[in-house]
Design a protein around this ligand. Structure first.
Ligand SMILES: [Fe+2]
Ligand SMILES: [Fe+2]
Length: 371
């Protein structure tokens, strides 16, 4: 049972896509990730941790399920040592073909980490209530939702989304949680891997002088460029990789009424957040050093819910460097780079590449003409 702690708060520490690998025992990348996990756990002393999916990049647990369980236990070790439960959600990479059942079975055997299916069969959708300090009254609900893998019909969307039967389960359960008699919705917090398309409402088209720091939209939106809209906080490092098709999940949250905030993984560079139609949406970049990232800018987010007002949470981001940690796995340049510099270097590299290709092409044409 989750309860508000003795200080009348409930703390949640969030980690974006780790994409860990099975060489973790010898890997400096893994050691750096664990350094930040330890530092964040010491600083925030949360009540739970949440891993926002894409915990692994490979499907090798089919060969040895025991190895997968050992790897999850190794990742969660800093939290387990402190008796802090780790809640996990399915990312698209946990959904690699015919992988889901083994993943769910592995979690049922693990003490240190939680993932289960309690809604649509086979989908890792589940919820957890947070009770008052005396354990008598549920005051808030945490929802861990499964946003699936790639869309079955690629002409509809590249990435998949939370399906209609899953949304219906969420609505039915939300209805049951309404305050008996009063009918007031329970304050709800969503944790999900693939972001809803409404994240784009936290962005806007850039002015011409903002083009160098703008990002290209994802897939069906790739003709557009974006920067953070007014009121959006944090860093926009890539176009959010949400589904191309909107299945109405966000509208369902608005309809049920209790959703206060939703936290997403999946994008490895973005850590922006803001409010859309009264619901706080927050993106989490990777909290490790395995996925593509920008120097030491990987980060964690801490969310704190007060018992006195379970809809009135606070949250903050802390990056690897801000913990005062020394990175072992990156070279001298990437160790010092900031996310914005990383993006500028990427853009400059593309411009230089294009200029070099143009010069080489002109030189070849000149040579051919003057043979
Ligand atoms: Fe992902
Ligand atoms: Fe990922």
């Amino acid at each position: 049972m989750l309860k508000f702690n003795d200080s009348g708060k409930f703390g949640i520490l969030l980690f974006g896509d780790l994409h860990e690998k099975y060489d973790y025992a010898q890997s400096p990348n893994f050691r750096d990730m664990q350094k930040m996990m330890n530092a964040a756990l010491d600083r925030y002393r949360p009540d739970i941790c949440v891993l926002l999916g894409d915990i692994f990049s490979t499907g090798r647990c089919r060969e040895d399920p025991g190895e997968y369980e050992r790897a999850i236990a190794a990742i969660c070790a800093p939290a387990s040592r402190r008796n802090i439960p780790v809640y996990c959600i399915m990312g698209n990479h946990e959904h690699d073909p015919e992988y889901d059942e083994e993943i769910l079975a592995s979690f049922s055997r693990l003490d240190c980490a939680v993932m289960r299916s309690e809604g649509v069969p086979g989908k890792a959708d589940f919820k957890e209530l947070i009770y008052s300090r005396d354990g008598k009254t549920p005051l808030a609900c945490l929802w861990f939702l499964d946003s699936n893998n790639l869309c079955e019909d690629g002409s509809v969307s590249h990435y998949d989304y939370v399906h209609t039967d899953q949304i219906e389960w969420f609505e039915r359960e939300s209805e049951k949680l309404k305050e008996p008699g009063g009918g007031k919705p329970m304050p709800s917090y969503i944790f999900q891997h693939i972001p809803v398309p409404e994240e784009y409402r936290l962005l806007r088209k850039p002015k011409f002088y903002e083009l160098p720091v703008s990002v290209r939209g994802y897939n069906s939106l790739s003709k557009n460029r974006y920067v953070a809209a007014d009121g959006t906080e944090g860093y926009v490092g890539e176009g959010p990789c949400s589904p191309d098709f909107n299945n109405g999940q966000f509208e369902s949250w608005k309809k049920t009424g209790g959703v206060v905030a939703a936290f997403f993984g999946h994008d490895h560079l973005n850590d922006f957040s803001g409010t859309v139609d009264g619901i706080f949406l927050a993106q989490h970049k990777t909290a490790g050093f395995r996925a593509y990232t920008d120097g030491c800018r990987c980060c964690v987010r801490y969310v704190e819910i007060p018992e006195s007002n379970p809809s009135g949470f606070t949250q903050e981001l802390t990056h690897f460097k801000e913990f005062g940690l020394e990175c072992e796995c990156l070279g001298p340049v990437f160790k010092r780079i900031t996310d914005r510099q990383s993006m500028m270097l990427h853009t400059a590299g593309k411009v230089l590449g294009a200029a070099a290709a143009l010069s080489a092409g002109s030189y070849i044409i000149y040579k051919l003409k003057n043979r």
